[in-house]
Design a protein around this ligand. Structure first.
Ligand code: NAP
Length: 416
């Protein structure tokens, strides 16, 4: 494993904030924010609005590379002109605000900073952005949203206002929130965001009765799957898929800065030592999550570069999902793509631990009474008990169709 990822002290991991997730300045004002003192502080200009749009586009450039930090974009505006821009590229790297201020240089004095997320105000792996903003002589700051990081959470805004800087909050807030769904879910729950991905036949089968499933999706679908992997911090399957399909789970069809971790749920350490997953452990991180105490077998994996995590078994005698998810989040893995078979997908759905589903449909009928569908027994018999998904996003991918949608909150879906 390429070294444990140290959580950025600016955004420390493992904090469970369920129930106290603060989503708006209105709420924050009752907690840490000083009351605004003038009416103009609630508005932003057309130029600032356009600048926020550009900052959001800038933040998107760092897609998938910043966790456990959020994606952030910033711009320095002077007389309606952009004089500096920056976006946070990776955890541990400079923050968007300092990059934009550095680019602006002396032109930052008396200018406006537009930033998608509240600036940090404490010493982490990088110095506090609020002090850089004050030092640069910024007169006004337009913030997209408050940072739910408990070390920030309104304190950045307070610090700027104390220094006499005018601060406006909420410009394009929804779009700023949409930049960081996994970060926001983790801040609210301590858990990664989970997407269940499956490729099925037109009659809903993930494999033939004999277990054959590779090649179900066409090349366009394959490319999309690799893009989803590239945007994820980790990809997970169960040992059933590892044994049957012998997948690699690496990103090959699109460019990626860092290979996502590959995770196998394997209670009894059955993943074959000559599997492609194990054979490539030195090139792309592989974690086997187990409940087995077989030290010799664990050593066989470790000597091949595989990381073995051991958990207490869950009520079904398997790898417990929530502790595993918390451990992944502690490692900075906030976006998880589950590419398992029906057993794993069913476990996530039954536990209410999935946030969205992504299902490709191939124009082929497989039939077969024992050919598996992508979910198993979800323990729901009435139509009204079904797990709602949506609104669905629909795409055509060559001959295939692709559907993606969020699981409704009442079923344990999105928290953001
Ligand atoms: N079309 C597709 O998109 C697609 C994708 C993947 C797989 N498939 C097909 O699906 C079939 C394999 O299905 P599968 O259901 O066996 O694969 P799976 O869901 O990937 O693996 C299931 C296994 O994972 C292990 N596991 C450990 N902890 C678990 C937990 N908490 N919850 C659930 N499982 C846990 C269990 O084995 P232990 O008890 O030994 O730990 C379990 O039998 C193959 O035919 C494959 O080709 C299709």
């Amino acid at each position: 494993m390429g070294g444990r990822v140290r959580p950025d002290p600016c955004n420390p991991a493992g904090v469970c904030l369920r129930g106290i997730f603060i989503v708006s300045e209105r709420v924050l004002q009752t907690t840490t924010l000083p009351a605004r003192d003038d009416a103009t502080a609630t508005r932003w200009s057309g130029a600032e609005d356009r600048a926020m749009s550009e900052a959001i586009r800038g933040a998107k450039k760092s897609r998938s590379s910043t966790h456990p930090n959020p994606r952030v974009g910033a711009l320095v505006l002077r007389g309606g002109e952009t004089v500096g821009r920056g976006h946070h590229e990776r955890a541990g790297g400079p923050h968007a605000e300092t990059l934009a201020l550095d680019a602006a240089g002396d032109a930052a004095r008396g200018a406006t900073l537009v930033v998608t997320l509240e600036p940090c105000c404490h010493v982490g792996r990088t110095p506090p952005c609020t002090e850089a903003i004050v030092r640069a002589g910024i007169r006004r700051v337009v913030v997209g949203m408050i940072d739910p990081n408990p070390l920030v959470n309104g304190r950045g805004v307070s610090r700027l206002r104390e220094a006499g800087i005018e601060v406006v909050i909420g410009a394009r807030e929804e779009e700023c929130r949409a930049l960081n769904p996994a970060y926001l879910k983790w801040r609210a729950t301590g858990l990664p965001r989970v997407t269940l991905k499956s490729m099925v036949s037109l009659d809903g089968r993930v494999a033939t009765a004999s277990g054959e499933s590779r090649g179900l999706g066409g090349p366009e679908e394959q490319r999309l799957v690799h893009r989803l992997r590239a945007e994820s911090d980790a990809v997970l399957i169960g040992v059933g898929t590892a044994v049957q399909d012998d997948p690699l789970l690496t990103v090959r069809l699109v460019r990626v800065a860092n290979e996502p971790w590959r995770v196998v749920l394997d209670s009894a350490l059955r993943t074959p030592l000559d599997s492609r997953l194990v054979q490539t452990a030195a090139e792309a991180p592989l974690v086997i999550a187990t409940t087995s105490g077989d030290a010799a077998r664990a050593h066989d994996y470790a000597s091949r570069g595989v990381t073995v995590w051991t958990f207490e078994e869950d009520a079904d005698g398997r790898v417990p999902l929530e502790p595993l998810l918390r451990r992944l989040a502690e490692e900075g893995k906030l976006e998880l793509l589950v590419e398992g078979g029906p057993t794993v997908h069913t476990s996530f759905l039954r536990a209410g631990l999935a946030d969205q589903v992504a299902v490709g449909i191939a124009p082929i009928l497989l039939g077969g009474a024992s050919a598996p569908t992508w979910t198993g027994d979800l323990g729901r018999s009435a139509l009204a008990d079904g797990i709602e998904v949506g609104p669905l996003e629909l795409r055509r991918l060559g001959k295939d169709v692709w559907l993606m949608g969020a699981i409704a909150a009442r079923n344990g879906g999105p928290h953001v």
